[in-house]
Design a protein around this ligand. Sequence first.
Ligand code: AHG
Ligand code: MN
Ligand code: MN
Length: 334
Amino acid sequence: MSLPEIREITTLQAHILKQEQRHPGATGTLSWILSALSISAKMIAAQVRRARLEDVLGTVGQENVQGEQQQKLDVIANEILLRTLGSREGVAIVASEENEQPVILRDDRQGERRYCVLFDPLDGSSNLDVCGGVGTIFSILRHDRRSEHTEDSVLQPGRQQVAAGYVLYGSSTVLVMTVGRGVDMFVLDPAIGAFIHVASRLRIPERNAHYSVNEGNRLSFPAGYQRYLHWAQEQGYSSRYAGAMVADLHRILLKGGVFLYPPTAKAPEGKLRLMYEANPMAMLIEQAGGAAICAPGERILDRQPDDIHQRVPVIIGSAEEVARVSDCLQTEDG
Ligand code: AHG
Ligand code: MN
Ligand code: MN
């Protein structure tokens, strides 16, 4: 009697170890960082699931039952990441949306290879008030010891990222990441507290008649974007917008379409941040076969940063859809 075929069950931890074994020169430093990110994701997921309950279950005003000041989840998520990453020897610098300056953890000029970890601890945090999807986005760069000022080591173009990923705290908690060899997806099994590997080598569909943009800003978009939206609507495209880049791009990664955050009157450079929003998302989507540009002919990953919080317009998604937006932008003066 032959046994039924058993599909392998792999956790994120086991997946990372397996990858490491395939590379004999690997020191394990990156694996430790990924495992810190995975622990952070579980801790943040637990907090997100309890959003608003603290306010209700705490005592008067802003204090919780322990008499501590209640904090916004962006701050809590940031502290979780700083604390878990802080204990990893391989992390030289962390940079967060929530900290004005990068935090230098280890500044030796010699010794083992270290990394810079950049993150948006909670993306789309205003969605928490309405129980919508929120996320965490991360980007990992090699620490460049040659930088004159240690903190400048983080100012590298996105094409130099060694790993990138996001966690979506949605109807389930999903972690999607790449170390530059395709895109893997894991789902948190809350019963056992482990991320389970559910897909590898994810490919974004080449096209899909869906766009994702805050159309409330449409009248202040540059003419090329307006031309694209006009064209898409004539073609019968559908619109989907969650208000959290992680949620919107997760849908686009799986179903196809294009995500846009163009320059607006309020945000002439666009709203999204290059280093910890646009770059990691661009790496993931490119690794899945899609495209990510900030202007016609300019990859997001090639933009040279000069500030960790700098903003950039984004056009990310299925290769064909991104090309259509790009065409419309190029004919702007035509
Ligand atoms: P954050 O909550 O980290 O500040 O990011 C919110 C971002 C992004 O996730 C989302 O796509 C965009 O802001 C939404 O902006 P609008 O409300 O202007 O559409
Ligand atoms: Mn964000
Ligand atoms: Mn944020």
